[in-house]
Design a protein around this ligand. Structure first.
Ligand code: NAY
Length: 293
């Protein structure tokens, strides 16, 4: 389905100066990204700080995005939490609110095995009619999606794909093959967008797209047109920026840059690391790199 192709921004959540959700700023960010021509928005994921928010706050953010986007772009609601009950509640809300798909990280903390993770995910899947995208991010959850669990889960036609945040394009390609015809892969590492697309990813979902949407939209366009050298050049430009970003507390840096691009989304929530004075020169330099790219 074409709805899930291309550049899907893992968007930031926005807070006011007191740290509460600012639906006004969420809408402004939604508009900014839509105006840049992105294909979709992934709400409440890692970049979106979903796991640092209450369920009620997560619902507010999603509703604001949907109100502003009015079906003009694809909206994927990340509903991963530590409990099945809460994730199911968020999933049901997302369906009612009008999201296009659900996604969830595996539950973490207790070191669950495949069987428990599978049950958790399938309870979410069964709770709505929406398509579901598995969020495979072993570096943060400690759980690595196995071929046997994938095989079980794709028995449900609602399980349409995997968002894969590992460095391996081999793993990406193997999951793509395991999923069979029509099964979709969403590239996680932004620094490998082009590599992921070439190896079978249908789209990318990424946090750094939000600070340089123009570059990713151009990269996707060049790739689709078969202009691989041009696409590679854009990925190099992007990677030069990402290499700098990785020297900083990434999520805080993304928010500082989003602010410089015109949308004040407040600070990242604790305990995420904040920026300090010493980071300001690099942030400024990065902003110039982005605007001159
Ligand atoms: C999400 O849920 O926010 C994402 O999909 C973003 C994926 C990001 N990975 C993590 C762990 O946050 O955008 C990437 C990442 O920030 C980028 O590739 C820089 O390494």
């Amino acid at each position: 389905t074409d709805k899930f192709k291309g550049v899907i921004v893992a968007m930031n959540s926005c807070y006011d100066s007191e740290g509460n959700i600012s639906t006004t700023a969420v809408k402004k960010l939604t508009r900014f990204l839509m105006d840049k021509g992105v294909d979709g928005l992934y709400v409440g994921g890692s970049t979106g700080e979903g796991l640092l928010q209450s369920s009620d706050e997560r619902k507010q953010v999603l509703e604001a995005v949907l109100e502003e986007s009015q079906k003009a772009v694809t909206v994927i609601a990340h509903v991963g939490t530590l409990t099945t009950k809460e994730s199911v509640d968020l999933a049901i809300h997302a369906e009612k609110a009008g999201a296009d798909a659900l996604s969830a990280v595996s539950p973490f903390y207790y070191g669950y095995r495949e069987e428990s993770v599978g049950k958790h995910w399938m309870r979410i899947v069964d709770s709505t009619e929406l398509p579901f995208i598995i969020y495979h991010i072993p570096s943060t959850t400690g759980f690595s999606l196995t071929p046997s669990l994938l095989k079980e889960m794709i028995k449900s036609p609602k399980v349409i794909g995997i968002k894969i945040t590992t460095a391996s394009t081999f793993e990406l390609q193997q999951f793509k093959v395991m999923g069979g015809p029509g099964f979709m892969l969403f590239n996680g590492p932004d620094e490998q967008f082009l590599a992921g697309r070439i190896m079978g990813a249908d789209a990318g979902i990424g946090g750094t797209y939000g600070i340089m949407p123009e570059l990713f939209v151009s990269l996707e366009r060049e790739y689709r047109a078969g202009r691989i050298a041009e696409a590679q050049q854009l990925q190099y430009t992007i990677n030069d920026i990402i290499a700098d970003l990785l020297q900083l507390p990434v999520y805080a840096a993304l928010k500082a840059l989003v602010k410089m691009r015109g949308v004040d989304c407040g600070d990242v929530r604790e305990p995420l690391p904040q920026l300090s004075e010493i980071h300001i020169p690099l942030i400024n330099a990065l902003y110039h790199k982005i605007m001159n790219a």
